[in-house]
Ligand binder design. Structure first.
Ligand code: G6P
Length: 609
């Protein structure tokens, strides 16, 4: 969602801001802007649409400065208009904001009575006026005013503020939304995401909840929630620049789909070398995992589907209860909370607000043990968790998650095996077999990628459709859900997924010759059941598109198209079957000409409710 970048340097920071905003584009946004302090004046340019258009406008207006802030906005309060785009300005004070100010209406009323006029419908503009109001009252300098203002705000924010009166620094604050400071040589930066500053520096300081900071050319000072100076550790970011670049690919989604054998290989590397040991989940993991008696998984979107798949593994292998819940539901529920159940959050970004809040809620209900499965090191959710397992997918830029999902599955499979071992439910032979299946996984995924030309032929048919139905059973039902989600996210075709056995309880009413039905049908104990469900579709004229592995023994016939996925890889089969449904969504979207990497209305990191 929204993104922040700010810079103070001896050099012109406008190219740094533009580059930073371009690297934040993947998060999803609908308008962009920058503000700079120059000759004791604040200048601003904002545009709806792409960062490139805003950058052209800034160039045309001759923007150059050594202090500035920039923002990509994803509309929440107020429509997609230039007036609502950030930065917002009040009397020479410019600021950018991520998050939502919940008491903005009350503040707006108060400021209105004080004579402030509003130019936008945003919740953000009140903050600019509040800072000005405090400065006018003589309540300290820019930092002091910001520290007072944040205590009057409820909600979530990451803020970066500049003022024409103080050209030597930026000030910033965070609560509920990530913000970091990038440390350069004689220049410093702020950003909501490390990718925005990695071209300038890898040394970063993550602000903690309630922190404020002042960022000057030659130094940075951080203050805690009580406004006391505090030292925060400097981290060296490992984000690779190549993962942020497209290379020979047409889209990041395409690149990320094709990176999966490598991403999975990296994620399972430690297990292949050292076996299924609790330490894969953190130094103290053995003590925690030995004592737990169940698992509660919390996540959103694609990560939730990874959790649904894991339930089959955890209950099946480890023989312990595993429940999986959408984070935005769990967080508002007085759920039964067994302290002996491990809370597992799954999040690519590590900053999805609902998942973070669900984690806090679980803790408040007395859940003592928490594990985060996450792709972004040092992000908020792993930092709030007792145990951590980082997937090693590398930066995922396409809004529709691909390699993050399959690496989450790889990590969750390892968790299930470790739990099964600790509970004495896995013999040496079974463990060796799990290791062998894991070892073969990157190869199986590569073979599935080789099916791309066949999937392209299907995608051409799908591109003309309005609806699609995905069916799966057991372990592959979550993959049907993921296939439907991918298709709707990027091609805008209405797609639903059902457990195939549920077909006759409703969705069969939708089936006619215009309805393509995708079936995930590997050769497992449910195959014969799935075949019966397929007959039900054919009998109503529905056209079947079946992904069946080499052992499934399926033939093509009228209205039944079959793509053969690689030889069955046991319990890891859902990972392999994910690849063709990703490719189907990608090529269907391509054929329909949608913006694959930045689908309309969606964001990569959902940092608001
Ligand atoms: C957004 C993204 C999805 C993602 C979901 C959860 O909706 O577009 O791709 O699955 O958020 O995100 P997380 O970062 O917590 O996995």
């Amino acid at each position: 969602m929204c993104g922040i970048v700010g810079a103070i340097a001896d050099r012109d920071v406008v190219p740094v801001l533009i580059e930073g905003l371009k690297r934040l584009e993947y998060r999803g946004y609908d308008s962009a802007g920058i503000a700079v302090v120059n000759d004791r004046d604040v200048r601003r340019v904002r545009r709806t649409g792409r960062v490139a258009e805003m950058a052209d406008a800034a160039a045309a207006e001759g923007f150059h400065a050594s202090l500035g802030i920039g923002h990509t906005r994803w509309a929440t309060h107020g429509g997609v208009t230039e007036a609502n785009a950030h930065p917002h300005i009040s009397h020479g004070i410019a600021l950018v904001h991520n998050g939502i100010i919940e008491n903005h209406e009350e503040q707006r009323e108060k400021l209105g009575a004080l004579g402030y006029a509003f130019e936008s419908q945003t919740d953000t503009e009140v903050i600019a006026h509040l800072i000005h109001h405090h400065l006018k009252q003589g309540n300290g300098d820019l930092l002091g005013a910001l520290q007072r203002v944040v205590k009057e705000l409820t909600g979530a924010y990451a803020l970066a503020v500049i003022s024409r009166a103080e050209p030597g620094r930026m000030v910033c604050a965070r609560m509920g939304c990530p913000l970091l400071i990038g440390l350069g040589e004689g220049e410093n930066f702020v950003a909501s995401d490390v990718s925005a500053v990695v071209q300038a520096t890898r040394n970063v300081v993550f602000l903690e909840e309630g922190d404020t900071a002042e960022v000057a050319r030659d130094g940075v000072r951080v203050y805690d929630r009580n406004d006391q100076p505090v030292e925060r550790e400097t981290h060296v970011s490992s984000v690779s620049l190549s993962s942020l670049e497209l290379g020979p690919y047409r889209h990041f989604m395409q690149k990320e789909i094709h990176e999966q054998p490598r991403a999975i290989g990296d994620t399972i590397e430690a297990t292949i070398d050292g076996g299924f040991v609790p330490e894969l989940f953190g130094r103290n993991a053995a003590a925690v995992l030995e004592g737990i008696e169940g698992v509660q998984i919390l996540a959103c979107g694609t990560s939730y589907y990874a959790g649904l798949t894991a339930r089959y593994w955890i209950e099946g292998m480890a023989g312990m209860p595993c429940s999986v819940e959408i984070a935005s539901e769990y967080r508002y529920r007085q759920a039964y909370a067994d302290p002996k159940h491990l809370v597992v959050t799954i999040s690519q970004s590590g900053e999805t607000l609902d998942t973070m809040e669900a984690l806090k809620h679980a803790k408040s209900l007395g859940r003592a043990h928490t594990l985060s499965i996450c792709n972004v090191p040092e992000s908020a959710i792993p930092r709030a968790s007792e145990l951590v397992c980082y997937t090693r997918a590398g930066a995922e830029i396409g809004v529709a998650s691909t390699k993050a999902f399959t690496t989450q599955l790889a990590a969750l499979f390892q968790l299930a095996v470790v739990l099964a071992k600790l509970r004495g439910r896995l013999g040496a032979d079974d463990e060796a077999q799990c290791l062998e299946q894991l070892r073969q996984l990157p190869g199986g995924v590569q073979q599935a990628l080789n099916l791309e030309p066949q999937v392209v032929a299907w995608a051409e048919k799908f591109a003309a459709k309005q609806n699609a139905l995905f069916l799966g059973r057991g372990l592959h039902y979550p993959i049907a859900l993921e296939g439907a989600l991918k298709l709707k996210e990027i091609s805008y075709i209405h797609a639903e997924a059902y457990p195939a056995g549920e077909l006759k309880h409703g969705p069969l009413a939708l089936v006619d010759s215009a309805m393509p039905v995708v079936v995930i049908a590997p050769n497992n104990s449910l195959l014969e059941k799935v075949k019966s469900n397929m007959q039900e579709v054919r009998a109503r004229g529905g056209e079947l598109f079946v992904f069946a592995d080499q052992d499934s023994n399926f033939g093509e016939s009228e209205g039944v198209h079959v793509i053969r996925t690689p030889r069955h890889v046991g319990l890891l089969s859902p990972v392999v079957h994910t690849i063709p449904v990703q490719l189907l969504a990608y090529h269907t979207a391509l054929a329909r000409g949608t913006d694959v990497d930045k689908p309309r209305n969606l964001a990569k990191s959902v940092t608001v409710e």
